[in-house]
Design a protein around this ligand. Structure first.
Ligand SMILES: [Zn+2]
Length: 493
């Protein structure tokens, strides 16, 4: 039901996206938005008939024959170049008029397109590799199956990755075109995912996109095989570095890992005995919910071409899902069982503080590396520049403080925030940074930078944290009071 409502919503977002699309579709015209009869009907039903005009000539659409389409004219301008430099596109510095259709904010739309570009690049790699490899698997149509376990129980200690593929080291995606319907479905899918994020102070689509940037950076700093090393592979990181399907699944898992996050921790959801908590057996509740919503959406009939671009065989589908499951569930840092299990697996995978041991399962190592990358991406702000850390830390504080004000928890975050952050650095961030290094999977410059920032931030927090918490309390209280004055509308938004 939720998904159906969102799909409706999404057809409007899609309009916004078409408008911003930097690659005009073959039948389109620059500066004009073309929409289908279905979408036109929706607009007419919404009383927006004046926004559209039928296109004089018919358009020939693949598989559908001649079609009547409509033009929508909105005076929207956007600086396209800003999408292309990653980091810069995440700034709020762009200004442009908003189209009347946008259910997604301009900022979210930019983030959607940025995420789509990353995934498209991986789809191109999958496409090229598929052409090079003679698949030993039969091509079968995989249908959406009934699952009898929860995602939490689906987590595997060791994922069986396909063997290292030397071909992948030489993938050239220059000039590789992804089918327009795949690209369109991907844009639609990611914008729907974005619209399924709740606008929490911290756990929103901007956080997911920030984490995507983190995982993309880590993927690009994976140690890769050099020509000549292909036959004698020692490093487990190659299993990830040489597999665009795995990378696609990892990036997607990060994009979707907090979908529909209710702005409250699992501990609060458990204490509230919410229906969601009981559905998921009181385990990794928010994470399992995000994963299920994403998976069910992806299995929608509207995304058949997108799915076929991601996986073609049952084996590929299973690998894709397993990476998604392990990755998303691994972002639950506070489940004791998951934590214990991870630590005991790590001792086996990377014994004696040294990496690259012969005899140790490369699949186990790659599974651990993959989960560590996703976890690091999720808390990337703790191992980035102090200002970045401060920005996200304030948002997290606001979210938790709102929960306190709303009576969802009896503990006032300002009582434990100073100590809590130090503990987080000691118990999570710094051990994680050490594991990145110990795995031997990344180039030194990358692990050095993570470690330096994490240590610097911890030191700064030790010195200034108490004052900062006092400031954050004042700022957050003022913000909440202002919102209350706006009335229920302000709170609902
Ligand atoms: Zn997160």
């Amino acid at each position: 039901m939720i998904v159906r409502l969102l799909r409706h919503k999404s057809s409007f977002s899609r309009l916004t996206l078409t408008n911003f699309s930097f690659r005009m579709e073959s039948t389109g015209q620059r500066g004009k938005i073309q929409i289908s009869q279905d979408t036109a009907d929706l607009l007419v039903a919404a009383g927006k008939m004046s926004w559209i005009a039928p296109r004089e000539e018919r358009v020939v659409a693949k598989g559908k024959g001649e079609m009547q389409t409509f033009w929508v004219n909105i005076g929207t301008t956007i600086d396209v170049s800003a999408f292309q430099d990653g980091m810069g596109s995440l700034d709020d510095s762009l200004s442009y008029e908003e189209g009347p259709f946008s259910t997604l904010s301009p900022k979210t739309t930019r983030l959607v397109l940025w995420n789509v570009e990353i995934l498209l690049d991986m789809l191109r790699q999958i496409h090229v590799l598929r052409g090079k490899t003679t698949s030993t698997f039969r091509e079968i149509i995989v249908r959406s199956e009934e699952r009898h376990t929860t995602a939490y129980d689906e987590v595997e200690d060791v994922i069986q990755f396909p063997p290292y593929n030397g071909q992948a080291a030489e993938i050239d995606t220059d000039g590789v075109e992804i089918k327009p319907e795949v690209e369109q479905q991907l844009e639609d899918f990611i914008s729907t995912i974005a619209s399924m994020y709740i606008e929490n102070p911290f756990h929103d689509f901007a956080h997911a996109s920030h984490a995507t940037m983190g995982v993309v950076k880590l993927l690009s700093s994976l140690v890769k095989a050099k020509p000549g090393e292909y036959s004698d592979v020692q490093n487990a990181s190659y299993l990830i570095a040489s597999n665009p399907l795995v990378q696609f699944a990892m990036v997607l898992s990060v994009i979707c890992h907090d979908v529909d996050h209710p702005g409250a921790s699992n501990a609060i959801l458990l204490s509230e005995k919410s229906r969601m908590a009981s559905v998921y057996g009181y385990k990794s509740v928010a994470e399992q919910n995000s994963l299920d919503l994403t998976w069910d959406l992806l299995m929608d009939d509207n995304y058949a071409e997108l799915r076929a671009a991601i996986y073609r065989t049952e084996e590929e589908k299973q690998l894709f899902r397993q990476v998604l499951v392990n990755s998303v569930i691994s972002t639950d840092l506070f489940d004791q069982r998951l934590k214990d299990r991870f630590e005991s697996r790590w001792k086996v995978g990377f014994p004696n503080e040294s990496h690259g041991d012969q005899g140790t399962s490369k699949n186990l190592q790659a599974t651990l590396i993959m989960e560590t990358m996703v976890q690091a991406a999720d808390i990337a702000h703790t191992m980035q520049h102090w200002q970045v850390y401060r920005k996200w830390n304030l948002r997290l504080f606001e979210e938790m403080y709102q929960g306190f004000v709303d009576g969802r928890t009896s503990s006032d975050p300002s009582d434990f925030w100073f100590e809590g952050e130090l503990q987080f650095y000691n118990n999570y961030t710094l051990p994680l940074v050490r594991r990145l290094r110990q795995s031997g999977a990344f180039v030194t410059a990358s692990t050095d930078s993570h470690q330096d920032y994490a240590e610097q931030n911890k030191r700064q927090w030790e010195n200034k944290g108490k004052d900062i918490v006092a400031e954050m309390v004042d700022a957050t209280r003022a913000k909440i009071t202002a919102r209350m004055k706006e009335g229920p509308h302000g709170l609902d938004e």
